[in-house]
Design a protein around this ligand. Structure first.
Ligand SMILES: Cc1cc2nc3c(=O)[nH]c(=O)nc-3n(C[C@H](O)[C@H](O)[C@H](O)COP(=O)(O)OP(=O)(O)OC[C@H]3O[C@@H](n4cnc5c(N)ncnc54)[C@H](O)[C@@H]3O)c2cc1C
Length: 479
């Protein structure tokens, strides 16, 4: 099953890498009727670095430009429309502690600009209203207002920002914070339901050949296209001839660039988030960000909620989320930045259980600085981790999509997952792979839209278990 056959040229496209970038591109191309092969060396799709937050306005990043925030807002809205069953609908609290050195005022100016942009997007198309009403995009809370909410009982199904803020008001150490506290309509995003949505959709489309457990080991320009050398799990070699090649290999994009002799400067950063369980919590938490200077022991602390008291924690310090020598740049002679052996070991062999527990405990202690009761939480299994790429040399870049080299080669280099659809759409346009159809995202992707929330969640739970993560990380959480 696929949408109206609209492939213009009958061209064959191969995408190397089935992370969010490659999987989204494969879904988009296949939905347009294009002949696409997705090659992934791992056993399943979207199993790279974690994704928990849809950066619908980029408000977590004080250092990025307002322009990048607006790009992330627009791309996030398109992403919710593309993958409707992947969002966890709860707001995000952003608090600035005294220890941070910054001021909440830094956030305020651009929040209004982002809110206005959201309003304009909704005015131009009502279907863009996926983050609640534009006038409710964000709300500021004084200390008095937060203290008043601390006396309220949270309803079983919170639906307003006030109701979502209640657990934060009750448990956060308000003396540690500057005011106002910002609450913004930036929802959560489930990496497991994304993986499930892309997999289920691709399985239904005969014009997409999905090759899992298959690694690309060689590429060569041939016959106005590319000849690709593959090795499967049984160590069998095969070759594939295509017209267009998309390199979507995440932190390993440079290796394929090297094979293609297409030079590119980039950064790669290894990071981890920790899965914890706070048994005593029976309230519905929003996501909470406590800002702090990155890389210092006061680095940002991020609490991402899931069902049953499961929380994912980031702590932007060197001994929690960040790692010594975890940010590396490509050098003369290769487009592939080299991570140190101890981090490559984590990527390829997994974690030493002792380090896993140590870092998870530190993440809990870091959070307990701001939410003292959080000290009673426990580590709850394997960290969520991975390496991500950042094209160029600016480590603060957050919105990036696709670049083209010559007539037949592209690389998708997303920093945030929500940039993937835009990258895919640019591929179709640049290579004129399909008729220009000025239809809405939903009409262009009938197979994705036909998936039900239940089948997506079921597959997502299976994927979570197969990767040794608790099923809660795959379950819907929100209003
Ligand atoms: C700790 C952490 C938290 C993050 N949180 C968020 C978040 O909340 N929101 C957000 O939007 N982003 C987040 N990110 C960033 C986001 O995870 C990445 O930018 C995104 O996953 C990159 O997707 P990708 O498809 O480009 O790469 P990947 O997911 O790395 O996919 C690349 C794929 O290519 C495959 N591959 C590589 N080489 C070959 C080969 N030779 N042959 C075949 N296959 C190959 C790999 O197996 C892999 O599956 C986070 C990153 C980290 C590290």
């Amino acid at each position: 099953m696929q949408s109206e056959q609209s492939s213009l040229t009958g061209s064959r496209v191969a995408i190397i890498g089935g992370g969010i970038a490659g999987a989204t591109a494969a879904v988009h191309l296949a939905e347009l009727g294009i002949d696409v092969t997705l090659i992934e060396k791992g056993a399943s799709l979207v199993s790279g670095p974690p994704i928990c937050h849809l950066h619908a306005g980029g408000n977590l990043y004080r250092e990025i430009s307002t322009e990048q925030c607006i790009v992330l807002l627009k791309q996030s809205i398109d992403t919710v429309r593309l993958f409707p069953h992947t969002i966890n609908n709860r707001p995000t609290v952003i608090a600035v502690p005294h220890s941070d050195g910054g001021s909440p005022d830094q956030l305020l100016g651009r929040l209004d600009t982002i809110k206005q942009c959201y309003q304009q997007l909704v005015d131009s198309d009502k279907a863009n209203e996926v983050l609640g009403k534009p006038q409710d995009y964000y709300k500021l809370y004084t200390r008095t207002q937060i203290e008043a909410l601390a006396h309220c009982e949270q309803p079983l199904e919170p639906s307003s920002m006030d109701e979502w803020v209640i657990p934060f008001a009750k448990h956060a150490d308000l003396d540690a914070l500057k005011f106002p506290v910002v609450v913004v309509s930036e929802p959560g995003w489930s990496v497991f339901r994304l993986a499930a949505s892309a997999t289920l959709a691709l399985e239904k489309m005969a014009n997409c050949q999905l090759m899992l457990d298959t690694k690309v080991v060689g590429i060569e320009e041939a016959n106005n296209g590319w000849k690709i050398e593959l090795i499967d799990k049984q160590q069998q070699t095969d070759f594939l001839q295509v017209d267009y090649l998309v390199n979507a290999c995440g932190y390993e994009t440079g290796s394929i660039d090297d094979l293609a002799k297409k030079r590119r400067q980039r950064l790669v950063e290894f990071k981890a988030a920790y899965v914890t369980r706070w048994q005593q919590s029976n309230e519905k938490w929003p996501e909470v960000i406590f800002h702090g200077p990155r890389g210092t022991d006061r680095g940002m602390a991020q609490l991402t909620p899931y069902p049953d008291g499961v929380f994912q924690l980031h702590g932007m310090t060197k001994d929690i989320t960040l790692f010594d020598d975890g940010l590396v740049a490509s050098k003369q002679g290769s487009s592939q930045p080299q991570l140190p052996p101890q981090l490559l070991n984590k990527l390829n062999q997994g974690w030493d259980p002792q380090v896993m527990v140590q870092r998870s405990r530190r993440a809990i202690e870091h959070m307990a600085q701001f939410i003292p009761d959080y000290a009673s939480a426990d580590e709850y299994g394997t960290p969520l981790f991975g390496a991500q790429q950042i094209p160029g040399q600016d480590e603060t870049l957050r919105a990036a999509d696709v670049t083209f080299e010559g007539e037949h080669y592209a690389r998708i280099e997303v920093v945030k997952g929500s940039s993937a659809l835009e990258a895919a759409m640019k591929l179709v346009k640049q290579w004129q792979l399909a008729n220009d159809r000025s239809e809405c995202i939903e009409a262009l992707h009938p197979v994705l839209q036909g998936l039900t929330a239940e089948e997506v969640e079921l597959r997502a739970e299976e994927l979570a278990r197969s990767r040794a993560y608790p099923a809660q990380l795959a379950q819907y959480y929100g209003e």
